[in-house]
Design a protein around this ligand. Structure first.
Ligand SMILES: Cc1ncc(C[n+]2csc(CCOP(=O)(O)OP(=O)(O)O)c2C)c(N)n1
Ligand SMILES: [Mg+2]
Length: 377
């Protein structure tokens, strides 16, 4: 196994995103990681060995802040939903954070992302502001889609966030279209699309695998395998539980990785992005993760034992990140100060959203239809 010898510097962007640049830094120890899965929910699961360059401590701190921001925002949203402040279905990504954060840091500003109805973590990882994000979920006019999209249609093209989607797998061909547009325009933008394990059994998924591989589109397929499709465990629905094997029948390279470790996710997405930009085509990444909260707000979770959830708490993205920080010498006091800072920031974000006005009914039909035809400016 080859040991990588590079590290990543953090570059916090103005709009709150975290961007990473890989540089040579032989003084930071690199490691080759066998990302064996620590859960026994699926004891037979084994992961792909990949080279994982050590990220800089500064970047890990930024990633921790982002993960905590997402986590606390999601918890605040669940509380707001319970108070009846949120209309429609709302799905949180508590436990999934590392998949979005590791990927966003490995990609460039200008790269596209599409995702499922479980997409708050992608939006924030791509730089969306928590106050406006919460306002959107609450249907307020300061939201990114003026409150018209809500949780399931999170969108912010200025951040490259091209849309969450309530229809399982519908966002996948959208990302193929974005990748194709990038190719036709001669740009080097990559598109990444996130979906769940349940999406693998949608026909459009396989149609997209085929054409993306055939046309070598600059596309990254990222499956957040939390081992449940709504309330149904994967072993009841899938002929094989190693999801990453499906795309291989389309001639696509794929890997199965630890989706709870930002460094592993970062390394995998970096590899896939390099391949996409070089013209070698798409890669499929299966990030093994776990949904710590219910499928959606109000889920009674009668379909899984509480012990299973508790077991996963020992290896969830925030715990993993805290351990990494402690190992790098970032002490408990510094972490506690960060925790306090983010907690206050989320309180302010919630207050901002709650004070945001409701949309004007006169705007109902605005921004609904595109007013130009293809090719017109
Ligand atoms: C085409 C379609 N079929 C069914 C549904 C209902 N549905 C909503 S979420 C979901 C489960 C999807 O599971 P998975 O892809 O694993 O994503 P997760 O919710 O676990 O993140 C289903 C079947 C839907 N939204 N769209
Ligand atoms: Mg799932």
């Amino acid at each position: 196994m080859q040991l990588a010898n590079s590290a990543t510097d953090v570059d916090a962007t103005e709009d709150g995103g975290v961007q990473a640049t890989v540089t040579n830094a032989s003084d930071i120890e690199s490691r080759a990681v066998s990302t064996s899965i620590t859960t026994d929910v699926l004891p037979s699961m084994s992961a792909t060995d990949i080279d994982v360059p050590a990220l800089s401590t500064d970047l890990l701190v930024e990633m921790y802040k982002k993960a905590l921001t997402i986590r606390l925002m999601e918890e605040a949203l669940l509380a707001s939903a319970e108070e009846g402040q949120i209309g429609g279905a709302m799905h949180t990504a508590i436990g999934h954070e590392a998949n979005a954060i590791g990927a966003a840091a490995a990609l460039r500003r200008g790269d596209y992302v599409t995702c499922t109805y479980r997409g708050h973590h992608h939006g924030l990882a791509w730089g969306m502001d928590p106050g406006r994000a919460i306002a959107e979920v609450m249907g307020r006019s300061d939201g990114f889609a003026k409150g018209k999209g809500g949780s399931m249609h999170f969108v912010s093209p200025e951040h490259g966030m091209m849309g969450a989607n309530g229809i399982v797998a519908a966002q996948v061909p959208h990302a193929a279209g974005l990748a194709l547009a990038s190719h036709i325009r001669g740009e080097d933008r990559v598109a990444i699309t996130f979906f769940g394990d349940g999406a693998l059994f949608q026909g459009v998924m396989h149609e997209t695998f085929n054409i993306a591989a055939k046309w070598k589109l600059p596309l990254i397929f990222y499956c957040e395998n939390n081992r449940y499709s709504e309330m149904t465990p994967i072993w009841r629905t899938s002929s094989i539980e190693d999801i990453y094997l499906f795309p291989r029948s389309y001639g696509m390279d794929s890997m199965q990785i630890d989706g709870n470790d930002v460094e592993v996710v970062h390394a995998a997405v970096s590899q896939a992005a390099e391949r996409a930009r070089s013209g070698a085509g798409p890669t499929f990444i299966e990030g093994i993760t776990y949904r710590l909260a219910g499928h959606m707000a109000g889920d009674l979770e009668t379909y899984r034992p509480q012990e299973e959830v508790e077991k996963q708490q020992a290896y969830e993205p925030l715990t993993v990140l805290r351990q990494k920080l402690l190992a790098r010498g970032v002490d408990d006091a510094r972490i506690a100060a960060i925790d306090e800072e983010i907690d206050e920031m989320i309180d302010e974000a919630v207050a901002f959203a709650e004070n945001s006005p409701w949309p004007d009914p006169a705007e109902t039909y605005l921004d609904v239809f595109v007013s130009t035809t293809y090719g017109e400016e």
